[in-house]
Design a protein around this ligand. Structure first.
Ligand SMILES: Nc1ncnc2c1ncn2[C@@H]1O[C@H](COP(=O)(O)OP(=O)(O)OP(=O)(O)O)[C@@H](O)[C@H]1O
Length: 285
């Protein structure tokens, strides 16, 4: 079952466009959305959430094409990087507001999460640090028991300890194998830790959606000189970048590569290098 199925999503926005974007968020999984600044990650999220109107394509939730966003929105929590509450409120006051908004709002769960994350319910939001605000943002998202969590850069600007707490919360959340998460981030190490799938966007298009373990085990980076590079079959190359005399080549089938080219230097893939080589270099069709 897919929590979200996106097929050929298109949106023209002045100079920029989302072009035939297709991907899935399988139930029980974490999908990490990566790509450079301006790749179209936030725009894609806004299209999913009906904040932006699509020009074309399909967005299907829980494989039911008859359900539009209005019918599923209570089952979805969205978290952007800003808290949408007046800063003279406390977490306790937010509970009063939210229980009138969501019939499924669970005050007990909300207060237990506040306690788990050491957030003081009577403290005013303006006295919260950035990390505390983001934790609260995510807790507010979770307290009505959504089955899909969509987050735009939830861990940006947070210290490693807070990030780890949030990533652990995400892992707990998907334990029931029905809940799902789609989140965009520039912190690829977070995705290397917890993502099940990587969705890589560039210039408004999806370059790659792949199981993370498959990427980590079957993709790699070969380093070679021009003459060696010319011997590589195109079907083994995802992208390459030439820097000085060295070609840095993203290989998409390391087992076949190592068998055919045992003398070449082959490093493990890092998501940062995948992004850099693809964006600064050439992507093969
Ligand atoms: N409302 C809008 N109208 C027109 N263009 C927009 C609008 N919102 C964003 N854009 C443009 O769309 C492009 C993609 O922006 P978007 O915010 O989706 O990228 P992103 O991948 O989330 O980037 P970042 O990592 O910097 O947050 C940018 O060129 C941006 O200027």
């Amino acid at each position: 079952m897919n929590a979200v199925t996106v097929h050929n999503l298109c949106k023209k926005m002045n100079q920029f466009s989302i072009q035939n974007v297709s991907f899935q968020v399988p139930s029980g999984s974490i999908v990490g959305l990566i790509g450079e600044n301006g790749a179209g990650k936030t725009s894609t999220i806004k299209l999913l959430l009906n904040i932006l109107q699509k020009d074309d394509g399909n967005i299907i939730f829980w494989e039911d094409p008859n359900k539009d966003f209005i019918q599923v929105k209570d089952q979805i929590a969205t978290v952007f990087d800003q808290l949408a509450f007046y800063d003279k409120l406390s977490a306790e006051k937010i509970n009063h507001i939210m229980k009138h908004i969501y019939t499924s709002w669970d005050s007990d769960y909300y207060f237990s999460l506040l306690q788990q994350f050491n957030l003081e319910k009577k403290q005013l939001l303006r006295q919260f640090s950035k990390g505390m605000k983001m934790k609260l943002n995510i807790i507010i998202g979770l307290a009505h028991h959504p089955i899909l969590l969509i987050l735009d850069e939830p861990t940006s600007g947070l210290d490693p300890a807070v990030r780890t707490e949030i990533l652990d919360l995400f892992l707990d959340y998907i334990q029931n194998e029905q809940n799902s998460i789609l989140f965009s981030t520039h912190i690829t190490s977070d995705l290397e830790k917890i993502a099940d799938y990587i969705l890589f966007m560039h210039n408004g298009k999806v370059l790659l959606q792949e199981n993370k373990d498959h990427l980590m085990h079957h993709y790699g980076i070969a380093r070679c000189h021009h003459q060696q590079f010319t011997q590589l079959p195109k079907e083994l190359i995802f992208a390459y970048q030439q820097k000085n005399d060295i070609y840095h080549v993203v290989i998409n089938d390391t087992a076949t590569f190592e068998e055919a080219f045992p003398d070449y230097v082959l490093d493990n893939l890092s998501l940062d290098e995948l992004i850099t080589i693809s964006i600064k270099g050439e992507i093969l069709p």
